[in-house]
Design a protein around this ligand. Sequence first.
Ligand SMILES: *Cc1c(COP(=O)(O)O)cnc(C)c1O
Length: 389
Amino acid sequence: MTSNNSQIPQRILMGPGPSNVHPRVLEAMSHSMIGHLDPIFLEIMDENMKLLRQVFGTKNRLTLPISATGSAGMEATLCNLIEPDDDVLVCVNGVFGMRMSDIVDRYGGNLHTVDAPWGRIIDPQDVADKLKDIVKPKLIAIVHVETSTGILQPLVEIAELAKAHDALLVVDCVTSLCGTPVNLDELGIDAAYSGTQKCMSCPPGLSPVSFSKRAINAIHNRSTKVTSWYLDMGMISKYWGDDRVYHHTAPISMNYALNESLKIVCEEGLDTRYRRHSLHSQALADGLSALGIERIAQEGFRAPMLTSVSVPDDVDEAKVRNQLLHTYNIEIGAGLGTLKGKAWRIGLMGETCRRENVIGLLTALGEILPERSAAEAVQTAENVYNTSK
Ligand SMILES: *Cc1c(COP(=O)(O)O)cnc(C)c1O
């Protein structure tokens, strides 16, 4: 069998990413190729840095998109800030905390973890207790929205603990950025990374990162070279800085796409965008509840852009996902790790986060699942919309 690009369908992407992409972004990607040091491209690079500072809520000069997906941003923040034998505390309550732990370990960090059950937040008291045993913690790493469980982690107390212990704070904002407030400077976050394909509604391929002055000092004061050549922020910052020292060839079309998607985010306005994510996730959750499908994430800490739910006992989860995809063109996500086979992860990220998609999914599930009423689920969601007016 050969693949045929003309057969690629228009899916409704309600999984954990990628999310649907605005036609303006797709159009931007089809613009002509230019050189990566062309003055027009340099302007786009500069504008992308400026727009990323806005959405990250930071003045950090070193704010730019790494030329690779979100996981590369994760690796870049950690591998530049960690030297062998540094004590590093990673908070783990899902897949992405586990991934950070793995990276810390691979770069020779002395790994400590604070764990919480999947679907619960990391308790700041547990972090405080753990820190009592670590003489000189170099860095604390935590995930803002854990996409494997749908938890939105509060950061204020963790940031205070990091400050009190003179540790750098690294936050995974892959899923949170542009869907819920991420204020790096206000919170005192030293390094953060994101990905383009979640609430920014851009294709996967770039990973926005931001480093504070304190983080940059830590990089300057390293006694060893950064072990990764590609992700060495010293060299990357010279490429994105005034000297434009060639390091790699920036993915030109992806930077066009990022530029357009950030403009769309700014046209909507961040606060409006956050409210939109809250509203539609509430409508979705209430509608699902009417279908007997309940949320997994701890109440009060549920992420607006990613709703994780328990698959009802009478339901074959993979079969339903396949039916959604093939009959309704809707993609939703399966459970990961300990939630494999037991959960669905439903994304309402960026462009996907719309009333018609909420209603469409509830209708489809109401039709697929036995003994449920699509009409009742839709009505329940509509009630949320009506009371929000
Ligand atoms: C998606 C995701 C990542 C990884 O991003 P990729 O683009 O898949 O490499 C990291 N952290 C979180 C929280 C994510 O949701």
